[in-house]
Design a protein around this ligand. Sequence first.
Ligand SMILES: Nc1ncnc2c1ncn2[C@@H]1O[C@H](COP(=O)(O)OP(=O)(O)O)[C@@H](O)[C@H]1O
Ligand SMILES: [Mg+2]
Length: 171
Amino acid sequence: MDHLNDAFAQITIPTPEAMEAFGGSLSTLLKEGDIIALSGELGAGKSTLARGMIRAALKASGQPDEDIPSPTFTLVQQYPFAAADDPGRSIWHMDLWRLESPDEIHELGFEEAISRHISVIEWPERLGGLLPARALWLGIKQRDDDTRLITLSGASVDGAAAWSERLDGCL
Ligand SMILES: Nc1ncnc2c1ncn2[C@@H]1O[C@H](COP(=O)(O)OP(=O)(O)O)[C@@H](O)[C@H]1O
Ligand SMILES: [Mg+2]
């Protein structure tokens, strides 16, 4: 896919704990309208990374820790968290493995998610052309030694700071 052409960084993640921690540092940088596309095979570590992002956001807003199961059957799970400057914000965790056609996403509130919230999307390929170009792509690959290689890419979009600049502090 063409998003691989504009990779701007790669990072090696040694353990599941490090994967959660990486998600945690990413989540501090996110704002409404951001879209994180988590790409990789089954077992790559997409849900582990998503869980790290969501738990950190809940914790930062003083909410109790909770289980973050992957929304395998509901496809979408919302986690409201109160940012001081924006009380109505939430992270939407989407697992689109079972999405049968990209159009189904409209019924799940996709437009609201991408315009007003933070979207973390497993199996983003299922969306075809419906995924906005401003998404940050994290491609995760399992290596033979069980470490994970994450390749970061994402086009810079008119009027927005490039992801490579925004993520400078956490790479
Ligand atoms: N470095 C690593 N990063 C992420 N997960 C890892 C790592 N090493 C081993 N694992 C394991 O791989 C599995 C990844 O599962 P999961 O996050 O559910 O993947 P996916 O959502 O991509 O299918 C978990 O059992 C996790 O403990
Ligand atoms: Mg998963």
